[in-house]
Design a protein around this ligand. Sequence first.
Ligand code: AHR
Length: 363
Amino acid sequence: MPIRTTAVPAGLLAVALAIAGCSNDATAAGPVDARARPPAAPDCPPASAPDPGNAKPRDDVPMATAAPKLPRKATYRIAFSQNASNNPWRLAETASMRAEARRLGYRLTVTDANNQQAKQIQDIKGLIAQHPDALFVAPITEQLGNVVAEATAAGIPVFLLDRDVDTSVAPPGKGYVTALLSDFVRQGRRAAWALARATGGRAKIIELEGTTGASPAIDRKKGFDAAITACPGMKVVVSQSGDFSRAGGQAVTETLLQSHPDVTAVYAHNDEMALGAIAAIREAGKVPGRDVKVVSIDGSHDALTAVQAGELYATVESNPRFGPVALPTLRQYAERGRVPVRRTLQDRLFDASNVARFIGRSY
Ligand code: AHR
């Protein structure tokens, strides 16, 4: 069974947030712009509730004990298998890993799978052959479990970044050391509550799913779909994958707006798809933010700009700046021989109430 939540230790989180240029006020989004709120349906409590924030950190996460050990060294030769470089989120993540490796004097090799699963498998096999001290993997889908287990079997400590794998194939703490992730189920729930506030709890929704089989797509759907059951007036009328891309979000929304012209809201599993949806809404002769409310997840610069323009109601943060969490985790593993098998990042929510404060630090 996958483990879904555990907090990043305060020290690591503080480092991460300092690098991101932000304070540790993960639930400080505050109330949304009250002027934009329609009257809340009495049978939809989230419509009049504040952002529920991050889940309470878990303190019962087991330690990684059965994965390959990492000898203590002055410097490390590490590798990072990135799944794509086709959006600002991925670029920010890679840049963060490079910057932190440079700061610590580690040698880092990065591969880019170009959003193709077969290429990522080949990339990882190539990296296994080079036998780095440690391997970071941002897996496209949960199906990457086999090749992750292969790296582990070759004696390489593997650290998962931002997406999980099938844990029945590569169990946490054994098939890989640890996974550093946001709480995707919680992100979906927070997006649902934001959309309830935006619509007063009455909405016909297009759900734009991320890449099929990717853990954030699975869990963001789970969290959102479960949360809106609290609101009988909110219904997902159609749900389809836009592959986490702007072009995908735009093309899917264009088509779905034709077959469902009465849609009043879009929930996108990431900002890029939301931005594509906003373009499609405009093309359909509707006003995004007025005729169709949009919420998403990530917190990119373009998304925060759309929040400022009133076209995107809110975006739940999914922080891509993993370097200052990932490399200290590696060092901790080398020094102490143990780290928790899961570290969960804390995320904010950006909306009209706080966007001006954060847009200058966005990616
Ligand atoms: O795995 C994290 C997700 O992957 C981000 O939300 C998305 O933008 C990226 O492609």
